[in-house]
Design a protein around this ligand. Structure first.
Ligand code: NAD
Ligand code: ZN
Length: 381
């Protein structure tokens, strides 16, 4: 009998690019990502909404590819995006079918162009088909550019639970092309900035002050300020993942999930009528208020956070936060246990010590949390 432990050291390169109009044949950003001597197949998945706004994108793709002889395009596949695509296996199956039909292998590339939900679905299919195909993400919403697209996760919902099926998989590359930001409805574009507010609150006081100072430009979606905010947020997210020591979330601390335990539960309670970003806004408001009731923040700091969220026209309340069962129990509080279950291990919730500094707690006072929920409900709107 013998036994031994072996370390399996693996490093990944997380290639992240910020640019505008990357499919312009004169723009070198995209071409530099693909080695010239290495022939590879390519399949492109685009969500329908992007094709509605950018009908020229297919011809741009073929023009760009004509200057890249090492890449051979097998198909451009259109599919439905938005939260719908994560709610069942249908779109994931369409992606798998196309990968199989076009004989996409582990040396091929899957490109995905779409919002956070579509990236999650195509990313999940790409990470699991043949045990992993190289994925290039082109995020098209603010949220997917400033947060989810530069992350290393994918997933689809099952059992009414967000991201029940999913993997950790570092994409081959992420290309944040700012041109996509400007076809979003203005409120959707602003909503995605909530993840910038979140990462600033837990990691970077100076960035939070910058957001406060530029609130009116951010609210007006002034391009240079919007793009700077997206870049700073994406960089903080990516640096945390790459350098924070726990890229695949083996531990319990999840700073990038500040405000998310409640957000995920509220999304589910609303049957996903409430979007992720708007749920996160209320979740941030709730946990910020809770930290102040626990004596970690003063009321002026809570007001600063509320002012930023309000300035971006983000909500501090949604009715799903106040839903109760027949015996009067606040359903939202089940989200704490579900959050723990999804992460495994001990309950770990990030709270704020200062605006820009988070710390973990392992217990939540349910009565006090309920008080905070009711305080949010009673805020003037
Ligand atoms: N994998 C992760 O680490 C991670 C992290 C955070 C969030 N997420 C997930 O991301 C999803 C939310 O992403 P989202 O906020 O991008 O929403 P979304 O993908 O649902 O897109 C919102 C809407 O915008 C449309 N759209 C996309 N790009 C557009 C554009 N350029 N112009 C006009 N319309 C456009 C979509 O069709 C959709 O109707 C959620 O499912 C959330 O769970 C994943
Ligand atoms: Zn989020």
């Amino acid at each position: 009998m013998s036994s031994f432990d072996l370390d399996i050291p693996i490093t990944f390169k997380h290639r992240i690019r910020f640019a505008k109009n990357v499919l312009d044949i004169h723009n070198p950003v995209l071409g530099e990502l693909f080695p010239t001597g290495e022939e590879a197949k390519l399949i492109v998945f685009i969500e329908n909404e992007i094709l509605n706004h950018f009908p020229e994108i297919e011809s741009e793709l073929s023009d760009w590819l004509s200057a890249q002889p090492q890449l051979s395009l097998t198909a451009v596949v259109k599919a439905e995006g938005g939260e719908y695509c994560k709610r069942s296996e249908l779109v994931c199956r369409e992606v798998m079918d196309a990968i199989e039909l076009h004989k996409i292998d582990r040396h091929s590339y899957v490109w995905v162009i779409g919002g956070g939900a579509f990236l999650d679905v195509v990313g999940f299919a790409a990470a699991t088909a043949h045990r992993g195909i190289r994925l290039v993400r082109f995020p098209t919403t603010t949220l997917s550019q400033d947060d989810s697209g530069v992350g290393v996760k994918n997933g689809i919902n099952l059992y009414q639970k967000k991201n029940f099926l999913g993997t950790f998989a570092v994409p081959y590359a992420v290309v944040n092309d700012f041109r996509f930001l400007y076809t979003q409805p203005p409120q959707l574009c602003r909503d995605g900035l909530v993840e910038a507010v979140k990462v600033a609150l837990v990691k970077d006081p100076e960035f939070f002050s910058w957001i406060e100072e530029h609130l009116s430009e951010l609210s007006a979606l002034t391009p240079a300020i919007l793009e700077e905010c997206v870049t700073r947020s994406a960089t903080l997210h990516a640096r945390h993942i790459a350098l924070g020591g726990d890229p695949f979330e083996m531990g319990s601390s999840r700073p990038l999930d500040y405000g998310h335990w409640a957000a995920h539960k509220a999304e589910q309670l609303s049957e996903f009528a409430l979007s992720h970003s708007r749920a996160v806004s209320v979740g941030i408001a709730l946990d910020t208020l809770y930290a102040s009731k626990q004596g970690h923040l003063c009321s002026a700091q809570v007001e600063q956070v509320f002012r930023v969220l309000r300035g971006l026209h983000l909500p501090l309340w949604d009715d799903s936060f106040g839903l109760r069962n027949e015996s009067g129990k606040l359903l939202l509080l089940d989200g704490l246990d579900e959050f723990r279950e999804h992460l495994g291990g001990r309950l770990t919730i990030m709270l704020l010590r200062e605006l820009g500094t988070g710390f973990d707690v392992h217990e939540i006072d349910h009565e006090l949390m309920e008080e905070c929920v009711m305080a949010l409900e009673n805020l003037p709107r």
